[in-house]
Structures are given as structure tokens and as C-alpha cells.
Design a protein around this ligand. Structure first.
Ligand code: PGA
Length: 245
């Protein structure tokens, strides 16, 4: 169960979140709990979550190890700051920063090389769904962003299916729509990496996950977790989602 804080919360606000969240999440053992703050709030999150079950992740990384790439942050820096996870190719990265499937693969490989667990995001836009292109989009995103990994690399990747029309809109995918897409992604994984790898793959659903819809989503066998934006910003709300795992 992962929270994507996007461009919200200063370091102080991050510390305040954990003051409320730590006692609520104590004792959670049936799932991984991950929070992805902005780069600047990562140190505050790592310090505040130390000794708790919550793990910290970045929201993005650059594919080079170091160099003249003004404004970028690499996987090794995230690890040095205490991160264990990183989001790759969130739809907002694809939309506003023109990230491609080819870059997704490079960033995923860089994350793995640094020792991070990547959560690679895929998902179709509204016009693509309306135009009957959902399958094609997911297959292309998998082929371009993930199929180039080795089996060993793929075993450390989680995928988040986030239909773009469901993100921040309050319009959650129905459990059936989400399960269908997850099934398709899993079958692509099976074709490329084999049955065992596909069965072990964790596929998270993301897009307007809230306390009142998470249980129905989590009942689907195909759905292994959730990537949560807005509803991860408040400790009382996010804990209800974590408990649904
Ligand atoms: P949301 O965002 O839960 O606010 O819809 C999900 C995401 O973008 O990861």
C-alpha cells in the first residue's frame, strides 16, 4: 500500500504526518507500507519513520548515475537518503514531462542497479479507453517499459495500473475494470517472463482509491495493493486504506 504525495507537504508537514501515522500503523504486518514524499521531504520522512513499518520512496529518478544533469536526482542519492522504493513513469511524469516508454525502461534499470524497488506505472487515458485502445496501450507500455528487463530484474519490480481518467477525479475504476486490466498486464508478464514471475508480480491499482472503495478493489484476486494519491495525505484516511490490505 503506497502513498504518492505528489507536490504536497513540506518537511515540517511531513514530520507532523508521521507523528499522527506512526501509532496508527504500528503492528501492520500483512503488507508493505510505503510513502513517497517530494525529494526535499525525504530526509524528514526517513527520520520520522525510522523504526516503524513504513518504508520511504522517491517519486522519480534520473537514469544516469551522476553527471551534468541540472535539476535531476539519481537512484544512488535516493538510497543514500534512506529510500527503498521509487515510482517510475507516473502518468503525470508522462503527461507533463514527456517521459517515454524507452525512458521508463532506463529509469527502471537505474533504480534496480541502485538497489531500489521500482513501482512502474502504466495506464490508459480517457480517449484511449473510449476509443477501445486500452489493451493496446497497456501492451505497448509493457513492451517498451518493462519487457527489456532481465528475469532477475523483473522479479524486483511492482507495477501500478493507474487509468489516467481515474487519477484525482474521484472516478475510481470499478473493481471489474481494474481486475481486467491487471489480468492483461499479468498475462503480458507471463508471456515474457513466465508463469511463476507473473504469479509473483505485485500489481497495484491507483486512481481515486479512498477508504470507501478500497475494500471492494482489494477483494479482487488480481489486485495486490494500491497506489494512493490524495487519500494518502491524511494519517486517519490513509490508515483505513492500509488496513484494507
Ligand atoms: P489519486 O492519485 O489517488 O489522488 O487519484 C493516484 C496517483 O496518481 O498515484
Amino acid at each position: 500500500m503506497a502513498g504518492n504525495w505528489k507536490m504536497y507537504k513540506t518537511g515540517q508537514e511531513t514530520t507532523a504526518f508521521f507523528a499522527g501515522f506512526n501509532p496508527l500503523v504500528a503492528g501492520t504486518a500483512n503488507c508493505d507500507v510505503v510513502i513517497c514524499p517530494t525529494f526535499l521531504s525525504i530526509p524528514a520522512a526517513v527520520a520520522a519513520a525510522r523504526g516503524t513499518v513504513t518504508q520511504i520512496g522517491g517519486q522519480n529518478l534520473f537514469w544516469a548515475k551522476e553527471g551534468a544533469y541540472t535539476g535531476e536526482v539519481c537512484g544512488e542519492m535516493l538510497v543514500a537518503a534512506g529510500c527503498q522504493w521509487v515510482l517510475v513513469a507516473h502518468s503525470e511524469r508522462r503527461q507533463y514531462f514527456n517521459e517515454s516508454d524507452a525512458e521508463t525502461l532506463k529509469k527502471t534499470q537505474a533504480a534496480l542497479a541502485a538497489g531500489l524497488n521500482p513501482i512502474v506505472c502504466v495506464g490508459e487515458k480517457l480517449d484511449e479507453r473510449k476509443g477501445g485502445k486500452t489493451e493496446q496501450v497497456l501492451i505497448e507500455q509493457f513492451a517498451g517499459g518493462l519487457a527489456g528487463l532481465t528475469e532477475e530484474q523483473f522479479s524486483k519490480v511492482a507495477i501500478a495500473y493507474e487509468p489516467v481518467w481515474a487519477i484525482g477525479t474521484g472516478q475510481t475504476a470499478t473493481p471489474a475494470i481494474a481486475a481486467d486490466a491487471h489480468g492483461l498486464i499479468r498475462s503480458e508478464a507471463e508471456k515474457r517472463f513466465g508463469k511463476e514471475a507473473a504469479a509473483a508480480l505485485r500489481i497495484l491499482y491507483g486512481g481515486s482509491v479512498k477508504p470507501d472503495n478500497v475494500e471492494r478493489l482489494m477483494k479482487e484476486e488480481q489486485i495486490d495493493g494500491a497506489l494512493v494519491g490524495g487519500a494518502s495525505l491524511d494519517p486517519q484516511t490513509f490508515i483505513k486504506i492500509v488496513k484494507a490490505a
